[in-house]
Ligand binder design. Structure first.
Ligand code: ATR
Length: 270
């Protein structure tokens, strides 16, 4: 049976084994997907061991995505843009790296939620690894503008510079952003701590779509905050599922159906 896994630290609560084994079953692929806790200073050797022991690929999660990027022999264009890798594939002694996070977000927004991104103004809050993983894919949708803001503004400046060749992207201090934002994406890790990034409430209303990359059993603080202001607000569970489907396709060259998975997983979270 072909072997795949997810590696990270922590890894205990990863939903990837459930999702990937579901895809394998629904597409009749003879594979087994497990999870592996990797010691913080042993990423590279662990991956090399897995591949020498017959594993064909893995998903990579926090905090190893940059280390995964650094050890690849070949990278997809979107992995190069993100400068991080969440999917590794081992074929004929070559390590291939992809980053499916941005494509997963875009698929969930545009197909899962029927939201048009073309010609829209998108505000991305946060300028860390998560933001870097999605901005290239957002720009490929042809939005009017992507505005990046961050608590530490210098990081938003460098991210805007990094993606400039892909479309209309700029940075702004959070209190300088005027009305007229169509989509707000929270790419900070603030929801993990139950905190809100500083955001002018006047930016959010019933015509704004809000998306938090984080997810949890209960609505995240950001989703709750936006919903109370009348916005349509989503958490990142759909993105998690869609990025997993993109990874599955990278390994097996089959697009699995994600129909109904959000509901199945959401009910198991409660
Ligand atoms: P990740 O890989 O999840 O993006 P990261 O690279 O450490 O993690 O980046 C975390 C992001 O969340 C950063 O943009 C961080 O802002 P700073 O660059 O100013 O540190 C942002 N962040 C985390 N907690 C936050 C909070 N309570 N309010 C606002 N921004 C926060």
């Amino acid at each position: 049976m072909d072997q795949y896994c997810v590696v990270g630290n922590p890894i205990e609560h990863s939903l990837s084994p459930f999702i990937q084994n579901h895809f394998a079953k629904s597409t009749n692929q003879n594979l087994m997907y497990s999870k592996h806790l990797v010691e913080l200073d042993k990423f590279k050797e662990t991956i090399q061991d897995l591949f020498s022991n017959g594993f064909l690929g893995c998903n990579v999660t926090v905090p190893f995505k940059e280390q995964a990027y650094a050890m690849c022999h070949k990278l997809t264009e979107r992995a190069k843009q993100a400068q991080s890798v969440n999917t590794l594939k081992y074929e004929d002694g070559i390590i291939f790296g992809d980053n499916t996070d941005g494509a997963g977000l875009v698929k969930d927004l545009t197909v899962g939620k029927n939201i048009v991104l073309k010609d829209k103004t998108i505000l991305v809050i946060g300028a860390g690894g998560a933001a870097k993983g999605i901005i290239g894919s957002l720009l490929m949708q042809g939005p009017k503008k992507v505005i990046i803001t961050n608590r530490t503004i210098s990081k938003a400046v460098s991210l805007a510079n990094h993606f400039q060749h892909l479309g209309n992207v700029c940075y702004a201090e959070i209190d300088c952003i005027a009305h007229g934002v169509d989509v707000v994406i929270n790419a900070t890790s603030s929801s993990l701590k139950g905190e809100l990034p500083p955001l002018d409430t006047s930016l959010i209303n019933e015509s704004v779509v809000v998306y938090d990359l984080m997810y949890s059993a209960k609505p995240t603080v950001f989703v709750q905050f936006a919903s109370e202001l009348g916005a349509v607000a989503y958490d990142g569970l759909g993105m998690l599922i869609e990025q997993a489907a993109e990874s599955f396709n990278f390994w097996r060259r089959i697009e699995p159906s994600t129909d109904g998975l959000i509901e199945t997983i959401r009910s198991s979270l409660n």
